[in-house]
Design a protein around this ligand. Structure first.
Ligand code: CP
Length: 301
C-alpha cells in the first residue's frame, strides 16, 4: 500500500510519472480512470485550494468524495483520531486525505496500513502535493530544465510546511534553493544559503517563492507591525524592476504584505497558474496511489 506523507516516499520514476501524467491531463481530459473509487477527506485545518482541488481532481477522474467535517465529528466527543480513522476505513474508501496541525498525524495513520493516506498539509512538516505542483509549475515554465535552477524562498520559512516540502523535493531535483527571511522566520539550522534582505539575491535567482506569515502557528506575535515587515519583504514592482524573475506563492496571499497588487497582476506572477496546475498534479497523484501502485487483487488476475 502506498501513502503520500511526503515526497521522499516517491521514487524518481514516480516523480517523473507524476510530471508526465500532469502534462498529459492538462492537454487532454482523461477517461474516468477512478470510476467506482471513493475518497474521504478529513481537514482539521482550514483550506480553500487544497481541499477543493482534490475534490475537482477526484471528480474529473470519476471518483466520489465524502468530506468529514471534524468540527462536527465524534473526535469532539473524545474519540481518538486513530479510532475515527479506523471507523472511516471500515466503510472501505480507497483513500483518505488528511490535513492536521500536528506534524506526525498523516504518518501515524499511514502506519495503521488500512488505506492509502494522502497528506494534505501537516503542521510545519510537509505539504507534498503543494511541493509537487510547485515543481510541475517550474518544470512546465522552464521546459523541463530543473537542474541548476535558482529558487529563493522568502518569508516565514520556519513555520511553513510548503517551504519544508519544497526544499526537500527541489534539492532532490537539482534545484538550488536559498532562504530569505528576518531572523525570527529563518530555520536555526540549515545548510542552505541564508539572507536577511531580498536585494542580496535579486540578481542571482530565477524564481522567488513568497510565503505568508503563518500567524496561526506563532505562539506569540513576532512582529507588531506587518507593514514594516512588508517594506522589506513584499514583492513589488519597485523591487523587481524589469528582472525576469518568476513569482510564486502557495496561497493564501496577504496582499501588499507578501506580494503587491501590481505584481499579482503581472505576467511574471504564477499564483493562479499554480492553483490550475494543482488540480492536474492531484489527478496524477490520485492515479498513482489508487491505480498504479495498488496491489493486484488475485481475483483480477
Ligand atoms: N496552498 C494551500 O495549502 O492552500 P489552502 O490552505 O487554501 O489549501
Amino acid at each position: 500500500m502506498q501513502h503520500l506523507v511526503d515526497t521522499d516516499q516517491l521514487s524518481e520514476r514516480q516523480i517523473k510519472d507524476i510530471l508526465g501524467d500532469t502534462a498529459r491531463f492538462k492537454t487532454r481530459r482523461p477517461a474516468p480512470l477512478l470510476s467506482g473509487k471513493l475518497l474521504i477527506t478529513l481537514f482539521f485545518e482550514n483550506s480553500t485550494r487544497t481541499r477543493s482541488s482534490f475534490e475537482v481532481a477526484a471528480k474529473r477522474l470519476g471518483a466520489d468524495m465524502v468530506h468529514l467535517d471534524p468540527s462536527r465529528s465524534s473526535t469532539k466527543k473524545g474519540e481518538t483520531l486513530e479510532d475515527t480513522f479506523a471507523n472511516l476505513c471500515a466503510m472501505e474508501p480507497d483513500g483518505v486525505i488528511i490535513r492536521h496541525s500536528e506534524n506526525d498525524t498523516p504518518s501515524r495513520l499511514a502506519e495503521m496500513e488500512m488505506v492509502p493516506v494522502i497528506n494534505a498539509g501537516a503542521g510545519n512538516y510537509a505539504h507534498p502535493t503543494q511541493a509537487l505542483l510547485d515543481l510541475y509549475t517550474l518544470y512546465e515554465w522552464f521546459d523541463g530544465a530543473l537542474e541548476g535552477l535558482r529558487v529563493a524562498i522568502v518569508g516565514d520559512i520556519i513555520n511553513s510546511r510548503v517551504a519544508a516540502s519544497d526544499i526537500r523535493l527541489f534539492r532532490r531535483m537539482g534545484i538550488r534553493v536559498s532562504l530569505v527571511a528576518p531572523k525570527p522566520f529563518m530555520p536555526p539550522v540549515s545548510d542552505l544559503p541564508q539572507y536577511e534582505r531580498i536585494e542580496e539575491v535579486l540578481d542571482d535567482v530565477d524564481v522567488i517563492i513568497s510565503l505568508r506569515a503563518q500567524l496561526e502557528r506563532h505562539k506569540k506575535p513576532i512582529f507588531d507591525d506587518y507593514e514594516a515587515y512588508a517594506r522589506r519583504y513584499c514583492i513589488t514592482e519597485d523591487l523587481l524592476e524589469d528582472r525576469g524573475i518568476l513569482i510564486m506563492h502557495p496561497g493564501p496571499v496577504m496582499r501588499n504584505i507578501d506580494i503587491s497588487d501590481e505584481i499579482l497582476e503581472d505576467p511574471r506572477c504564477m499564483v493562479l497558474d499554480q492553483v490550475r496546475n494543482g488540480v492536474y498534479v492531484r489527478m496524477a497523484v490520485l492515479k498513482l496511489l489508487l491505480l498504479d501502485s495498488r496491489e493486484t487483487d488475485p481475483a483480477e488476475i
